[in-house]
Design a protein around this ligand. Structure first.
Ligand code: MLT
Length: 237
């Protein structure tokens, strides 16, 4: 399997995403939240890049069946039903409902890849399930979201663990420097994902904002069999 590895969304060549098999990684927290929401029985998730468009997509009469969720700078969006804390997406809150989700980086990446042949959402929580779903692909584009143009160590770390999980299926000669740096992070810190996530820029920011439990939630490796994929712009499991 040939690997094309992008350390940030801004680095990604949009042409290379077209018709490709793309795996989107935003560990803290969008990918983890998407997995948690679908695992809790959410019907579907509509990823939206901006708050205005998201708000327009939910009419007042629909607010029971269609929930607004998201964050900016890690904080809940005023007037929304849910933030981007994965633990908030419980069966009681989301089962059978549609979620309109907008986040700083994760949903921008999913919408940026909208012309891809296939999109899989990967977090640490569904790592091995995502790897299994990708096995057999001749080429995979690993799209780490990063944070507004900067690399996010947690996304590279997850990308490295994903390559490890894919194992001998990966063509080593296809690995770029970014992919190899990701592999080195996974090698070095794979033994304690939570400690690593807490040491990252966004991990520290989230802890500072009081979202310590979210960091622990997102650090659980391979606990979910849910593999979110995108069908006509909507994320389903
Ligand atoms: C993002 O999309 O940037 C993240 O998911 C932000 C967050 O949840 O804190």
């Amino acid at each position: 399997m040939n690997i094309v590895f992008y350390a940030t969304l801004e680095q990604a060549d949009r042409n290379a995403l077209q018709n490709a098999s793309v795996v989107v990684i935003d560990v803290l927290r969008a990918s983890s939240t998407i997995v948690a929401a679908l695992e809790s029985g959410a019907e579907r998730i509509i990823p939206i890049a901006d708050i205005e468009t998201a708000s327009r997509l939910v009419r007042p009469a629909e607010r029971d069946k269609k929930l607004l969720a998201g964050e900016r700078k890690g904080l809940p969006v005023p007037g929304f039903d849910l933030s981007n804390s994965p633990a908030e997406f419980t069966p009681a809150r989301v089962r059978g409902r549609t979620i309109v989700l907008t986040t700083t980086n994760g949903t921008r990446a999913v919408t940026a890849a909208s012309k891809a042949g296939r999109i899989v959402v990967c977090s640490l929580t569904n790592l091995h399930a995502a790897a299994a779903a990708l096995r057999g692909e001749p080429e995979v584009v690993v799209l780490c979201c990063g944070a507004e143009g900067s690399m996010a160590a947690e996304d590279l770390f997850c990308g490295g663990l994903l390559l490890q999980s894919l194992g001998p299926a990966v063509a080593p000669e296809s690995l770029s420097d970014a992919a190899r740096i990701a592999g080195a992070l996974a090698e070095r810190f794979g033994g304690n994902a939570e400690a690593f996530l807490r040491s990252t820029d966004h991990g520290r920011r989230l802890v500072g904002l009081g979202f310590e439990a979210d960091v622990a939630f997102c650090a659980r490796v391979g606990v979910s069999a849910c593999v979110p994929t995108v069908k006509e712009g909507v994320i389903v499991s």
